[in-house]
Ligand binder design. Structure first.
Ligand code: ZN
Length: 62
């Protein structure tokens, strides 16, 4: 019997927020209930735009 056992990897999920006005981006750890295009609040860089989640991805921890 052949076993395709993978090495155990730990994946840390991150969310990237982007402002729709100045395009500032902010990376932070993924939080529960995050999803792409979710509005997360006012931009703190320009105090004008709306931050929303542009991308959610996972990084493999080494
Ligand atoms: Zn902004």
């Amino acid at each position: 019997m052949i076993s395709f056992r993978k090495k155990q990897e730990v994946i840390e999920p991150y969310s990237v927020e982007q402002c729709n006005s100045c395009n500032a981006t902010k990376k932070r750890k993924f939080a529960k209930d995050d999803y792409v295009f979710k509005e997360t609040g006012k931009c703190t860089s320009c105090n004008n735009g709306q931050m929303m989640i542009a991308k959610i991805y996972g990084e493999v921890l080494k």
